[in-house]
Design a protein around this ligand. Structure first.
Ligand SMILES: [Zn+2]
Length: 223
């Protein structure tokens, strides 16, 4: 299962006045075939931040992954997503038709959102107990599960709202939560997945340099 982890790292470098994305810097530029020897500083590769993390290494976080398969391999932008909450040991609590599951594997390629502000140590000490107590209430019995109205989102959001209330903050509605936290990350993930798959297929991906003001126009008297 090569791709259950976060995937190979992606890098970006400049050559031929283009941005070239790849898994590693090639021996020669894929566009001009020139040997990529002594690189100028602006041609040095930068790593592209990976939107996926191993959810089992995240404490007190909200996690998101495709219900079936993985983001990098199977996700098509419309696939069903499944969500859960980690305890302080990376066990992922999630609600399904079988009730609350406590997964110790299967969330290795997730989008993760930390739920605790830095420094909330008191809350972190109580986290596992809160999550356990919350999960054993009658609301999350298997027979209460309803695909559209009482599902994995209801479970995580209700728990998040308990935590927000404890922190003295306003609870979030489902739409607000999805728009504010989920959509920006799935959008970023989708872009990354597109890029990743092209590189996997062709070895590299090319984009134009954006026309930014730091690049003086051709022929100008730049130093
Ligand atoms: Zn080149």
């Amino acid at each position: 299962m090569q791709y259950t982890q976060a995937g190979k790292p992606l890098i970006k470098f400049s050559h031929c006045k283009k941005y070239i994305y790849s898994f590693s810097v090639p021996q020669s530029c894929p566009l001009c075939q020139q040997v990529m020897g002594s690189r100028k500083l602006e041609e040095a590769p930068v790593s592209i931040s990976n939107p996926f993390t191993n959810g089992h290494q995240e404490k007190c976080s909200f996690l998101l992954r495709p219900t079936q398969g993985t983001f990098l391999r199977e996700y098509d932008g419309r696939s069903d997503l499944h969500v859960g909450i980690t305890n302080t040991n990376g066990v992922v609590y999630n609600y399904t038709t079988h009730g609350v599951q406590r997964d110790e594997a299967g969330w290795e390629q997730s989008v993760s959102i930390p739920l605790l502000q830095p420094g909330m140590f008191g809350l972190m000490d109580q986290w596992d107990k809160y999550l356990d107590d919350f999960s054993t209430t009658g609301a999350w019995l298997p027979q209460r599960y309803e695909e559209d109205r009482h599902n994995c989102y209801t479970y995580t959001l209700t728990f998040i709202n308990c935590i927000l209330t404890t922190e003295g903050k306003e609870p979030l509605g489902k739409d607000e939560f999805i728009e504010k936290y989920v959509v920006p990350r799935t959008r970023k993930a989708s872009k990354y997945i597109t890029l990743y798959r092209v590189i996997e297929e062709r070895g590299f991906y090319v984009t134009d340099h954006p026309d930014d003001e730091t690049n003086p126009p051709e022929g100008s008297a730049a130093c």
